[in-house]
Write a new protein. Structure first.
Length: 361
């Protein structure tokens, strides 16, 4: 996977003196690097292509999609991303040979592929996509919410009665002043607290967003707009918190939907424990830090830790979880012999479990 004249080819592309055949050579090389990375990720068990049978074809298409932005041209018909990347490297080391250029190219392509995969996976998130659709419908049907695009991202702002056209918003100097673009963005913790203050689970998405933006509009030291993906994150987080409070309340009578969701949550215990057991195997069994019988005890106790989370026992004692499987374990022995490894694994398990819950809810 190399080109004998790669250094010259990259210089030509950056200077704009390349021939079309040279450009196609470089695009083909970039696709092969991206495709190799995608295939390697599939071998590691990541379901990049979903359940499709023609995975090779889809991976080839996906590789092209992942690197496409690198070949976006500017008004001078140049490739600004490639130029910026390579010219920095050339300024640091002017006499880079073909092998060194290939290493730099691999690094660039793999990094770009990772970034695009993250974007694609976000787009595959059905719950997130549903929230995005609801937000856009809310903006479209609202007299006070507007949406604009900038640098590939979408943002929403609140007009507060100002007459700003709904479609084809151009960021004019007047709008820039209104949305306070020169100010810093609102800190996430402040934004979350304001959203929490105004959130009502019975409100529509449109109503919830309007309430939030009234708060945002009043915070004049910060920007008067929020990225669409930030709003999605806020709505998802609040839905998760509301569900958790409802399902764990003492006077709550479970609905059929609650039962289904709880079943899905319990299934995630199994998913997380597979990962935790892999970590136990790689970090502790293979290195001899744990014996097999102790590893099994840890696994059982960690599973109980996750079930405690479901049953609102988040503050349950790790010592008691472990002593259930080790009846003669004393507090002293726990602190000196078990605590370090077991509590580290418990934190890993709980972090993974919460991540899955947020994705689900």
């Amino acid at each position: 996977m190399s080109i004998s004249n790669l250094s010259e080819l990259v210089h030509n592309i950056c200077s704009g003196t390349y021939h079309q055949t040279e450009l196609m050579q470089f695009i083909h090389l970039s696709q092969k690097i991206s495709l190799s990375y995608l295939k390697f990720q599939e071998l590691l068990g990541k379901r990049i292509t979903g359940e499709r049978l023609d995975t090779d074809v889809e991976l080839e298409d996906l590789a092209i999609d992942c690197i496409a932005e690198l070949f976006s041209r500017d008004e001078n018909d140049c490739f600004p991303q490639l130029k910026r990347y390579y010219e920095t490297k050339f300024s640091e080391t002017p006499d880079l040979n073909d092998a060194e250029i290939l290493v730099l190219t691999r690094r660039l392509i793999v990094r770009k592929t990772k970034q695009e995969l993250a974007r694609i996976f976000r787009e595959r998130d059905p719950e997130g996509a549903k929230i995005v659709r609801n937000i856009k419908v809310a903006v479209r049907n609202s007299d006070t919410l507007r949406l604009f695009k900038d640098m590939g991202k979408e943002y929403v702002f609140y007009t507060n009665g100002h007459n700003i056209p709904i479609d084809n918003i151009q960021i004019t100097p007047q709008i820039e002043r209104y949305i306070r673009r020169q100010n810093p963005p609102i800190p996430e913790d402040l934004l979350s607290s304001r959203f929490l203050e105004s959130y009502n689970p019975n409100d529509s998405v449109s109503t919830s967003i309007r309430k939030l933006f009234r708060h945002v509009h009043e915070l004049r030291e910060f920007q008067n707009f929020i990225a669409l993906d930030t709003i999605v994150k806020l709505v998802r987080s609040m839905k998760f918190q509301t569900f958790k409070e409802r399902i764990l309340s003492d006077d709550h009578v479970p609905t059929p939907q609650d039962t289904i969701e709880l079943k899905e949550i319990e299934n995630y215990v199994h998913v997380v424990m597979i990962k935790v057991n892999q970590k136990i195997d790689s970090q502790y069994l293979r290195t001899g830090k744990l014996k097999h019988d102790k590893a099994q005890i840890y696994s059982n106790a960690l599973c109980d830790v996750l079930y405690d989370l479901i049953q609102k026992k988040d503050s349950s004692s790790y010592f008691r979880n472990l002593r259930y499987y080790m009846p003669h374990l004393s507090q002293q022995d726990y602190r000196t012999k078990e605590r370090s490894i077991f509590e580290y694994l418990a934190k890993v398990a709980k972090r993974e479990f919460r991540k899955h819950l947020k994705e689900l809810l």
